[in-house]
Design a protein around this ligand. Sequence first.
Ligand code: SF4
Ligand code: MG
Length: 314
Amino acid sequence: MLLEIKDLGVAFGGLRAVENVGFRLDKGRTLGIVGESGSGKSVTSLAIMGLHRGAEVSGEILFDGQQLVGAPPESLRRLRGRRMAMIFQDPLSSLHPHYSVGEQIAEAYRLHFGASRRAARTRAVEMLAEVGIASPKDRVGDHPHQFSGGMRQRVMIAMALACEPDLLIADEPTTALDVTVQAQILELIKKIQDDRGLAVVLITHDLGVVARVADEVLVMYGGRVAEQASADEIFDSSLHPYTRGLLDSLPRLDEDDDTPMRTIPGSPPSLLAPPPGCPFHPRCPQRMEVCERDLPLLSRTSPGHLAACHLGSP
Ligand code: SF4
Ligand code: MG
């Protein structure tokens, strides 16, 4: 087991951003974490990377057997980049405008492997080729602004993979891209995962993205897990009304472009003053009296399928 999260909690003072999150992820597998903004999905990934500034983290994060909760910053720094890497929605904010993409890919490699300048540059060219940048030898000296949005995301992926990490965390990697480019980047992530046996945590608000790549899915709502199952289970037999709401808002092939998009009415709960009972109850079309009073516990509904909803309980 490469990554095992048990009862993870992340709080910022009185604000509980994440509670009771757990999952296991093996090499070569992809976990999709889905939710709206404020659901705790990004906070979860930052906690895994040890980048949760000013937060109190509880529970366990086991990476290849090593406990990361409470680990010294120095050992987390060694793991980051080398064994776990992250890419974000907006490559421009993560790339330095004044350095060539080659220098930026090479820098991480030099840092972690102590490679010579020359070897690191060769590595950068190799990586650009691997992520599908044409004529990599000619492009290695170019700067980020000379690349399109999709190409910049390819460069970010090259940077993330230069040190051959075991785990890639991708936080909304395709959200800023148009649909065609989005599909290309997802294909690239899938291909690289196959070639390298990477474990991937893919964070997104879009269940459609998850459908393309994830093996397992964790649906988060208000900092908690609403539902958790294999991707097939989530798409064929989801139980939680929130998951079903997300599925209903996916565009369908049998509709023309004039059909208005369905969305879940209402907005996500405030983490500072969460509603009593089920965090989803103010928006839930199936809420019952008990939902306004008691928090539904995450429980097993069938092997490998967990849901936090009173509908499923006896
Ligand atoms: Fe809806 Fe109640 Fe289930 Fe919450 S517990 S999702 S309010 S039915
Ligand atoms: Mg986010």
